[in-house]
Design a protein around this ligand. Structure first.
Ligand code: ATR
Length: 297
């Protein structure tokens, strides 16, 4: 029997067969992933639901064991859990071992946990879709050297860039990132530099990617003057709220190509969706919905 509390006019019911997925983070309430995955489940008629779980770092293991014990399908992780999750997995996808960060977990019927990193695919697929062929042979500058920068560097290598400069406030962290990712860098020329105007090679950069949290609140990024970029350069800020960051605004004013982080979010989610369900997420539908939500956030 359908209770009015558990069904909708569209027939989207919760019943004894409904299975659960979710995202863990601290904080997590800002996440667009529940809206993205639930809309995709609804569109494809899948009896799955996706919730946001606020999990503190000290209770991560307990939360993960509980998810496995309950027979959840899987979950995503956001800040600050991506690195700590690696040690809790039974199996790791190849890319994860190198990146040292898990953002997607699939739980098998025995409760076994397999960790993936779909941010690499998300970054690469978003740029390829927005600017086809631009990654191939490009010289890239990455601002920041945290967890997000690792996935971006791996995505740039997958896209065929020829050089990567990692510019970070703490320059040693950029160098450490490149040393740790060295087995995956192949023939790509890489270096780490401090985040200062003299050291960032903007004149020789066709692709500038901001992975730092600067710009989230309207502050400019010191040392980064987009007027130094070549006129064919593309600027990608992996932030999606606000939809146009000050860095992107400066690039737009110069007539450069820009991309925010929403497409990366959607493509990493689409890859996670594929892992969990074996189905394709309806990306245009999801994008239209999330564009509206991100603009309001
Ligand atoms: P994430 O996993 O999202 O990448 P993170 O690991 O905390 O988060 O990394 C944040 C990045 O933003 C780092 O590169 C950080 O620089 P440091 O390594 O020097 O800490 C950068 N960052 C944050 N706030 C910054 C600021 N005010 N100025 C410059 N860089 C900043």
């Amino acid at each position: 029997m359908n209770s009015p509390f558990f069904s909708t006019a569209s027939g989207w019911t919760i019943d004894g067969h409904t299975r659960l997925l979710g995202i863990i983070g601290d904080p997590v309430s800002h996440s667009l992933s529940p809206a993205m995955h639930n809309l995709a489940f609804l569109a494809l008629g899948l009896n799955l639901r996706y919730l946001a779980f606020h999990v503190k770092p000290e209770r991560l293991e307990e939360a993960v064991r509980g998810f496995a014990a309950q027979g959840m399908v899987g979950f995503n992780a956001t800040i600050p859990h991506k690195e700590a999750l690696v040690g809790l997995m039974d199996r790791l996808d190849d890319q994860v071992a190198l990146l040292g960060a898990v953002n997607t977990v699939a739980i098998d019927s025995q409760g076994g946990l397999r960790g993936y990193n779909t941010d690499v695919h998300g970054f690469h697929a978003a740029l390829e879709q927005a600017f086809p062929g631009r990654l191939q042979g490009a010289r890239a500058v990455v601002l920041g050297a945290g967890g997000a920068a690792r996935a971006v560097v791996a995505g740039l290598v997958a896209g065929g860039v020829t050089s990567i400069t990692v510019a970070n406030r703490t320059a040693e962290r950029g160098q450490k990132l490149l040393e740790e990712l060295a087995p995956a860098l192949g023939q790509v020329t890489c270096r780490g530099v401090p985040l200062t105007a003299e050291r960032i090679p903007l004149e020789e950069c066709e692709l500038l990617v901001n992975t730092t949290s600067m710009g989230l609140h309207g502050e400019p990024i010191s040392g980064v003057d987009v007027s130094r970029l070549p006129k064919e350069a593309v600027v990608n800020d992996i932030v999606y709220s606000p939809p146009v960051t000050p860095l992107m605004q400066a690039a737009l004013t110069r007539g450069l190509g820009v991309l925010n982080g929403l497409d990366m979010l959607i493509h990493q989610g689409a890859q996670a969706f594929r892992i969990w369900t074996g189905r394709e997420m309806p990306i245009p539908l999801i994008k239209a919905h999330l564009d509206g939500l991100a603009a309001k956030a």
